[in-house]
Design a protein around this ligand. Structure first.
Ligand code: CP3
Length: 355
């Protein structure tokens, strides 16, 4: 497991160290836009079987690395494994996204949630992490991840995805103490889950706060950021004699980058609705920035993709601390060859810019 890392650009960039070129990986890089992924998912039968079979999760994690010159692997799993392990019973209705059979409806439901031992009920995730780390054999670092307490709570209370968040926001305004109890339980579960991923071999951690951006500034701080802070404070930050960088990503959170930096995290994921020049000004070199090409740019022509990549690199400009990424997950219907164009352009332009 301790094989030396042959490509540590990603970890160095997150520590704001100088790098020869800008490292690149992609949110949801293992996923439905890849025909080889669809083949393995079909073989598995359904998404959760794919997640919970370490050999298959490992196989799909490594697939994008075979095709593209990426600088990090991300564990193939899902943020909703935690509520599933708490007994909410996750399932995927065809064409409808994730759903829970037993959503949270009351204070009693929150109180009844069990505390998790990640090495027991989420053992399959840790086994996948160890196997992936072994199979990577030091090629690139492995990113572990979780959802934020707030983002998990939205799915747990809504019972699935939502457009207006009526149930969880109803709870926020009319019964905030129940929501706080849920968020605290989620924060404890996420902290233990991420620390277990590090113990199993994850070399960097990312927390996805996909729905923090639907909150008002005051409520964002109280109901999302505060609990990400609790997690950052509780994480093991070193493993194998090396820093384990932690990246926070709040989609639509461009207004709060400075507050997010104050948590003491190492990097911030940035979506495409903010210019990296402004993100840099807001964070003053205190954290690395990861992003932020509009995922829909990959629907454009190869030539336009190259132009857009250059714009993102130029918007970050000089200096250390940039990891190239999309501003959110890659879309299902993107042509994989277009991702290759993006990755190759990052290699070409960022190496030139630094020489
Ligand atoms: O390569 C990677 O990035 C790792 C895999 C990964 C998945 N989900 C696999 C997946 C990661 C990092 C996630 C995180 C995740 N899951 C988030 C946070 C990031 C984000 O996208 O904002 C969220 C909100 C979820 C919850 C979730 N899981 C949703 C909303 C869906 C449906 C997605 C859709 O586009 O319809 C999933 C299922 C899911 N998770 C898929 C994949 C590849 C598609 C399932 C399939 O194969 O049918």
């Amino acid at each position: 497991m301790n094989a030396e890392l042959k490509n540590d650009l990603y970890l160095r960039a997150l520590s704001c160290e100088d790098v020869e070129r800008t490292p690149v990986w992609v949110m949801r890089q293992a996923g439905r836009y890849l025909p080889e992924y669809l083949k393995v998912r079909k073989q598995a039968g359904d998404f959760m079987t794919l997640c919970s079979t370490p050999e298959l999760a490992c196989e799909v994690t490594l697939q994008p690395l075979e095709r593209f010159k990426l600088d990090a692997a991300i564990l193939f799993s899902d943020i909703l494994t935690i509520p599933d392990a708490m007994g909410l019973e996750l399932y995927f209705a065809a064409g409808e996204g994730p759903k829970f059979k037993k959503p949270i409806k009351s204070r009693a439901d929150v109180t009844a949630l069990p505390s998790l031992d990640p090495n027991d009920s989420l053992r399959y995730v840790m086994d996948a992490v160890s196997l992936i780390r072994k199979e990577l054999n030091g090629r690139v670092p492995l990113i572990g991840f979780s959802g934020s307490p707030w983002t998990l709570a939205t799915y747990m209370v809504e019972g699935g995805g939502s457009k207006d968040f009526s149930k969880v926001k109803g709870m926020l305004f009319s019964d905030p103490s129940t929501l706080h109890e849920l968020l605290n339980k989620n924060a404890i579960a996420v902290t233990n889950y991420l620390n277990a991923q590090v113990a199993a071999g994850a070399q960097s951690l990312m927390i996805f706060d996909t729905w923090g951006g639907v909150l008002s500034p005051e409520n964002y701080k109280q109901f999302s950021l505060q609990y990400m802070q609790q997690i950052v404070d509780g994480l093991v930050r070193n493993a194998d004699g090396r820093k384990v960088p932690v990246v926070l990503f709040t989609k639509n959170g461009g207004r709060w980058l400075s507050d997010m930096t104050d948590t003491g995290c190492d990097g911030l994921g940035v979506d495409w609705t903010i210019d990296l020049r402004d993100a840099k000004a807001a964070t003053q070199g205190r954290v690395a920035l990861q992003g932020n090409l509009d995922p829909s740019a990959l629907y454009g022509s190869p030539e336009s993709i190259r132009t857009e990549v250059k714009k993102v690199l130029d918007s970050f400009g000089e200096g250390p601390g940039h990891v190239f990424n999309l501003g959110h997950g890659i879309h299902q219907f993107v042509n994989p060859d277009h991702l290759a164009v993006m990755v190759d352009a990052v290699h070409e332009f960022s190496a030139v810019a630094k020489s």
